[in-house]
Design a protein around this ligand. Structure first.
Ligand code: MN
Length: 712
C-alpha cells in the first residue's frame, strides 16, 4: 500500500502546486473513518481508497480528484456526511464524493445487467463531473485487481458487470489501458478454461521460438530506418481476451487464428504514418480486409491509428498498428491524456462533440484544475434514464413524463395508463422524470389515450399513439355526437326521428350511410336543422330561433320543462368531438353552451362568454350542453386576472399559495407593470369551478394580491 508521503510525492511529481496539506488531511481522514474495517483480503479497508488514489496519479489527475479518490467510500461506508466533507475539503470534493455515493446507490438499484448499454449511459449522465467517472473507473479497477479475495459467487457477478458496463465505459472515454486490464481480469474469472487453454497455447508458442517478437521488431525497425522514417517499434502477444473474442467472432479455433502478435510503429507525424504504411505494404503481403484507417476516420471515442494485417518477417502473420506518439497517448489514456497534454502542444481528437467541448475549455482554462472543474460531462445530458419496478432501465429524452415512460415500456401500457408512482409516491402523469427515478405505471382497461396528454408528452412513440387513437376514434365521436344532436333537434320540435326518414335524404348530403350523416352533423359540416328541414320540408324554422335566444341570453335557469335534457359532455372525448374554448376556459360547474364549429365539432363556452355574441345570428349552431355526471380527472384550465405588489418575493408567495391549494400554474403573463404593482394573467390547472373559486378566495386573503378575479 502507498504510504502517505509516497502518494503526496507522486502527485507533486507532475503537479508541483498540488495542495499538500489537503492531501495529507484526506489520507488521515480516510484512515480514521474506515478505522478497523477490513477488506475481504484481510487488509485494512483504507488501503482500498489509498490504492484508488494511487491509480488516479497514473492518470496524472489534479489534487481535487486524488482527495475525492481517498474519500470516495467514506459517505457510503462510514458515518461521514457530505456536509462534513464540504467543511473540511471544500465544495468540489464534496460534490464529487456525493456523485460517487449516488452512483453506488444506483448500482444497487439496477438488477438487470441485460441493459448494460442503458446503464452505461445512466452512469455517464449522472457523472456530471468527469472526475466522478474517472474515480469510479479507478475504484472498479482496484476492486478487480483484488477480485480473487472475494467469494466465488460474488466474483462472477462483479466480473460480468465489469465486462458489460465498466470496460465498455472505459473504452467510451478512450481509456484503452484501463479497458484492457478490466477485460483481462474479468475474462480470466468468467471463462477460466478458455483463459487457461489460450494461455497454455501462448506459452507453447513462446517456447518454440522465444526470439520471434524481438526478431520481427528488429526487422521492422530496419525497414523504417532504410526508408528514412524515424520510428519506434514495439510488439506484444495479443491478450488472451482479445484472442478469445476473435475466436468467437470468427468462429475459429486457436490454430486458425494466425495473427496472435501485434506490432506498433510509432512515428513523429501524420505524414510519416502513411509513409510507414507504404513501406510495410511494399515489403510484405497485405492480408485482405485487415486494413483500417482510423486516422482519416477515427473511432467515435477519438481513437486514431492505422491498422493493417500482413504476412510479415519470418513468414508470420501479424497485425501492425501505425500512429503518432500523441495519438498513442490519447488512445491509451483518453480523457486523462488530454489533461496531461495541457502544457504540451495542441491535442488531437477533435472529432466528437464532447471531446471538442473538453478542448475548448482546455484552451481557455489557465490551469489544469480549472480545466477539470469545467469539464462537465456533456454526453447524454439530453436523456434521462429511469427504472421499472423490476430494475430495468428505460432511456428517454429529457423532459419525458410517466406517459412517455409507459409507451416506452409497451404501447398497451401507454394506452391504458391512468397514473404513476415515482419512487413510490403517486405523482401526476405530466411530472417531468429525473435520472434514476423508479417509475411504476398504474393502468386500467377502461382508460384510453387522452388528447390532454398531447400537451406534455415528448417522445415520438407517445405522440404517434395519441394521434393514432384520435384518428381512429374521431369519426366514432362525431357519429355519436351527430346522432345525439339530431335526436335532440327532432325531439325539441316534436318531430318523429327515425332512420327511415334519414335514408330518404342521404343524397341531399352526399352521404352513403346514416353514419355519414351523423358524422357530418357531429363535425359541423351540416347542421342538424338542415337535416331536419330535408326530412320535413314543410316545417317552419321561425319557431326555433326563440328557443335558442331564451336559452342563451337569460342567465337564469330555464323553466321550460318540455325540452329535452341538455346534451351531456359525458362520453365525448375532449379534444376530439368537443373542445373547451380558449377565450373563456369553461370549468366543470360553469353553465356552458356549445357552438357547432365547422369541421371541429363542438366548442364549449361559458354562457356569459363575450364571444358568443358573434353567433347570435346563427341559432342553428347553438347547443344546450351540461357537464353530465362523469367524473372528469383531466385538469381544466382556469384563467385568473390579478394585481400583485411589485416587491421582492411576491411572485414566490403567489405561486406558493396556489400550489398549497393544489393548483398548478401552467402559464403566466404580465399584462402591465408599474413601480408598485404587476397586472398578471395566470392560467391555473384546476379540477372544477369550485376549486378555482377556492383558490381565488385564498388569494384574496394574501397581502401581496390587491385584486383578483376570474378572467373572462
Ligand atoms: Mn470503492
Amino acid at each position: 500500500m502507498l504510504r502517505q508521503y509516497e502518494l503526496v510525492d507522486l502527485v507533486k511529481s507532475y503537479d508541483p502546486d498540488a495542495d499538500e496539506d489537503a492531501l495529507n488531511r484526506a489520507y488521515v481522514f480516510a484512515m480514521k473513518k474506515h478505522g478497523a474495517q477490513l477488506r475481504t483480503s484481510g487488509d485494512p479497508y483504507y488501503s482500498h481508497p489509498v490504492e484508488v488514489a494511487g491509480i488516479l496519479t497514473k492518470f496524472k489527475l489534479d489534487s481535487t480528484s486524488i482527495i475525492a479518490g481517498l474519500l470516495h467510500d467514506t459517505v457510503e461506508d462510514t458515518d461521514t456526511t457530505v456536509e462534513e466533507i464540504r467543511k473540511l475539503f471544500g465544495d468540489q470534493v464534496a460534490q464529487i464524493v456525493d456523485g460517487l455515493t449516488k452512483l453506488a446507490m444506483i448500482e444497487q438499484k439496477s438488477a438487470n445487467n441485460k441493459q448494460a448499454e442503458n446503464f452505461r449511459k445512466l452512469l455517464l449522465a449522472m457523472s456530471e463531473d468527469i472526475r466522478v467517472l474517472l474515480i469510479k473507473l479507478a475504484d472498479r479497477l482496484h476492486n478487480m485487481r483484488t477480485l480473487h479475495f472475494c467469494a466465488p459467487e460474488k466474483r462472477a457477478r462483479i466480473a460480468k458487470e465489469t465486462l458489460d458496463i465498466y470496460a465498455p465505459l472505459a473504452e467510451r472515454i478512450g481509456m484503452q489501458e484501463v479497458k484492457t486490464e478490466l477485460e483481462g481480469i474479468a475474462f480470466a474469472e468468467l471463462h477460466k478454461e478458455a483463459y487457461e487453454s489460450i494461455q497454455a497455447r501462448l506459452n507453447f508458442l513462446r517456447e518454440q521460438d522465444s526470439d520471434l517478437v524481438p526478431k520481427i521488431i528488429a526487422r521492422l525497425e530496419k525497414d523504417m530506418k532504410e526508408n528514412g522514417i524515424k520510428a519506434s517499434v514495439s510488439g506484444r502477444e495479443k491478450s488472451p481476451y482479445s484472442i478469445w473474442r476473435k475466436m468467437q467472432q470468427k468462429n475459429a479455433s486457436f490454430e486458425q487464428l494466425s495473427d496472435i502478435m501485434a506490432f506498433r510503429i510509432i512515428v513523429d507525424d501524420v505524414g510519416a504514418c502513411y509513409q510507414a504504411l507504404g513501406v510495410v505494404h511494399s515489403k510484405y503481403h497485405m492480408v485482405p480486409r485487415r486494413f483500417k484507417d482510423y486516422i482519416s476516420t477515427p473511432k467515435p471515442n477519438g481513437y486514431k491509428s492505422i491498422h493493417t494485417g500482413v504476412i510479415g518477417p519470418e513468414n508470420t502473420r501479424i497485425e501492425i498498428q501505425i500512429r503518432t506518439q500523441e495519438m498513442h497517448e490519447v488512445n491509451e489514456k483518453g480523457v486523462a491524456a488530454h489533461w496531461a497534454y495541457k502544457q504540451g502542444e495542441r491535442v488531437v481528437g477533435k472529432n466528437f462533440r464532447w471531446i471538442r467541448e473538453l478542448l475548448e475549455i482546455l484552451e481557455q482554462a489557465s490551469n489544469p484544475e480549472e480545466f477539470l472543474e469545467n469539464t462537465k460531462l456533456e454526453m447524454y445530458n439530453d436523456q434521462v434514464f429511469c427504472f421499472t419496478p423490476k430494475g430495468d432501465l428505460i432511456g428517454l429524452p429529457v423532459n419525458s413524463t410517466p406517459v412517455d415512460f409507459a409507451y416506452a415500456v409497451h404501447s398497451s401500457v401507454g394506452d391504458t395508463c391512468v397514473g404513476a408512482k415515482i419512487n413510490g409516491e403517486i405523482r401526476p402523469l405530466r411530472t417531468v422524470l429525473q435520472n434514476g427515478d423508479q417509475v411504476e405505471i398504474l393502468t386500467s382497461k377502461a382508460q384510453h389515450p387522452s388528447t390532454e396528454w398531447d400537451r406534455f408528452v415528448v417522445t415520438g412513440k407517445a405522440k404517434a399513439a395519441i394521434r393514432r387513437y384520435v384518428r381512429a376514434h374521431k369519426r366514432d365521436q362525431f357519429i355519436t355526437l351527430g346522432q345525439q344532436l339530431l335526436e335532440r333537434t327532432f325531439k325539441n320540435e316534436n318531430l318523429e326521428f327515425g332512420e327511415k326518414g334519414l335514408i330518404n335524404v342521404l343524397p341531399n348530403f352526399e352521404a352513403e350511410s346514416i353514419d355519414d350523416i351523423y358524422a357530418k352533423v357531429g363535425e359541423g359540416l351540416v347542421t342538424a336543422w338542415d337535416v331536419m328541414k330535408a326530412v320535413y320540408p314543410a316545417y317552419k324554422q321561425s319557431k326555433l330561433g326563440k328557443v335558442v335566444k331564451s336559452l342563451t341570453f337569460s342567465k337564469t335557469p330555464r323553466k321550460d320543462k318540455s325540452k329535452a335534457e341538455p346534451l351531456k359532455i359525458k362520453g365525448l372525448i375532449p379534444g376530439m368531438a368537443v373542445h373547451y374554448a380558449g377565450c373563456c376556459h369553461p370549468l366543470p360547474g360553469d353553465r356552458i353552451v356549445g357552438i357547432v364549429t365547422t369541421g371541429k365539432g363542438v366548442a364549449i363556452h361559458t354562457i356569459d362568454c363575450k364571444l358568443l355574441e358573434k353567433f347570435a345570428d346563427e341559432p342553428e349552431r347553438w347547443l344546450d350542453i351540461s357537464w353530465g355526471d362523469a367524473v372528469d380527472d383531466s385538469p381544466h384550465i382556469g384563467r385568473l386576472k390579478l394585481m400583485l405588489a411589485n416587491e421582492p418575493g411576491s411572485l414566490g408567495d403567489l405561486s406558493n399559495l396556489i400550489a398549497r391549494n393544489n393548483g398548478n400554474i401552467c402559464n403566466l403573463n404580465i399584462v402591465n407593470r408599474t413601480v408598485s404593482y404587476f397586472e398578471l394573467l395566470v392560467d391555473v390547472e384546476v379540477k372544477d369551478l369550485k376549486h378555482l373559486t377556492d383558490i381565488i378566495a385564498a388569494l384574496r386573503g394574501s397581502k401581496v394580491v390587491s385584486y383578483v378575479s376570474r378572467a373572462g
